[in-house]
Design a binder for this molecule. Structure first.
Ligand SMILES: Nc1ncnc2c1ncn2[C@@H]1O[C@H](COP(=O)(O)OP(=O)(O)OP(=O)(O)O)[C@@H](O)[C@H]1O
Ligand SMILES: [Mg+2]
Length: 215
């Protein structure tokens, strides 16, 4: 495992607000991210809405390799996600937080722990440690995990699937279980966990149209 790195000098307590939306494919991260962005903007905050992989120019190329290329060996996959995150944090997220902006990222470190650490046969602690090294320890102020079953996620995505989305339901079930475990482990500290009892009914009933989940 990689040793811990010293904190980045930009991470002063007065920085902006860093929020991450996590969850399986089709869970509603982009939808809720847009609503959250609008909510903050209506209240006069500068908001940077971004995503992983691919939240930077270099990241767009890495995204292409990760999601739309041929087979990627699991360790190469973990390293490419970490490389994307390192560049994203250095060039987009940290500068925005330094300005005092609200940063909303659609996926961050927990996605690596869930997809590479549980979906693939890699050690989750090593995957987390790799990403923490890549970002010099920057973690969100709040991580929101949106829960969805593999079946409903697949139905929502329709016919188009990227390389990871195309993995079988067993892969997505392991990813889901890890997200829920991560949320449960940190629930009292920093995470809010939305877990519809019956996802189809609950999501359509609780969040009709464009209402945010927290409204
Ligand atoms: N609460 C909801 N109830 C029903 N449908 C929803 C809900 N939220 C989002 N959707 C729909 O589900 C689909 C996936 O939503 P969205 O793109 O926000 O998910 P995502 O988590 O960003 O997916 P991906 O991982 O593929 O980027 C969209 O068609 C969206 O309109
Ligand atoms: Mg999305």
């Amino acid at each position: 495992m990689l040793p811990p790195t010293a904190p980045h000098p930009d991470d002063a307590p007065s920085r902006g607000l860093f929020l991450a939306l996590e969850g399986g494919d089709g869970a509603g991260k982009s939808t809720q991210g847009r609503l959250l962005r609008d909510w903050f903007r209506e209240r006069g905050r500068e908001v940077v809405m971004t995503h992983e992989p691919g939240g930077s120019a270099l990241g767009t190329q890495i995204r292409q390799l990760l999601l739309h290329g041929d087979h990627v060996a699991p360790r190469a996959e973990a390293l490419l996600f970490a490389a994307d995150r390192a560049h994203h944090v250095e060039t987009v997220i940290r500068p925005a937080l330094h300005r005092g902006d609200v940063v909303i990222t659609d996926r961050y470190l927990d996605s690596s722990v869930a997809y590479q650490g549980a979906g693939r046969d890699l050690d989750a602690d090593e995957v987390r440690s790799l990403s923490l090294w890549a970002v010099q320890g920057l973690v969100p102020d709040l991580t929101i995990v949106l829960d969805i079953s593999p079946e409903l996620g697949r139905a929502r995505r329709g016919a188009v699937h990227d390389r990871l989305e195309a993995e079988p339901d067993g892969f997505h079930a392991r990813v889901r279980a890890r997200f829920l475990a991560l949320a449960a482990a940190t629930l009292s500290a920093t995470s809010w966990w939305t877990r519809p009892r019956t996802p189809t009914r609950s999501t359509t009933r609780s969040w009709p149209g464009s209402r945010p989940w927290w409204g």
